[in-house]
Design a protein around this ligand. Sequence first.
Ligand SMILES: [Zn+2]
Ligand SMILES: [Zn+2]
Length: 138
Amino acid sequence: MGLRQPKSMDECVYFTLRTDKSKSKTKTWVFKEQCTKCKDGLMGKPRDPKTGKPKIRALEYTCSKCDYIVEKKEYEATLTANIEYTCACGFSGEVQMPFKRKKIKIFDEEDQKEKSADALQFVCEKCNKKINVTKKMK
Ligand SMILES: [Zn+2]
Ligand SMILES: [Zn+2]
């Protein structure tokens, strides 16, 4: 068990706890990366100057020290997702993978039909079952 744990949400670009339909549990987090320009600050969502809160929907990330800007897509392609999971089979493990979601089909219980969703997908080390960390849908 060697994954570095975040000490606070400020260190993360992304953090989520999920239980999927098959009762697999996942905890996923993605650390902010260091600024490639000044090698000092961390790249995060720009903050609203009025409230001081990060602008979640911003399409870019900015350096906390030198205000260097990187486009959201370009930055997220360089990130690594850390995932701790407990599979429905009872196995607990951890994986690291590129923070790149892919399109998957999931069955929507409420609407009783298949829907496509964006998800990080990996397989359980023990039973090879696919486990998804889906992007929250609105
Ligand atoms: Zn910087
Ligand atoms: Zn399993």
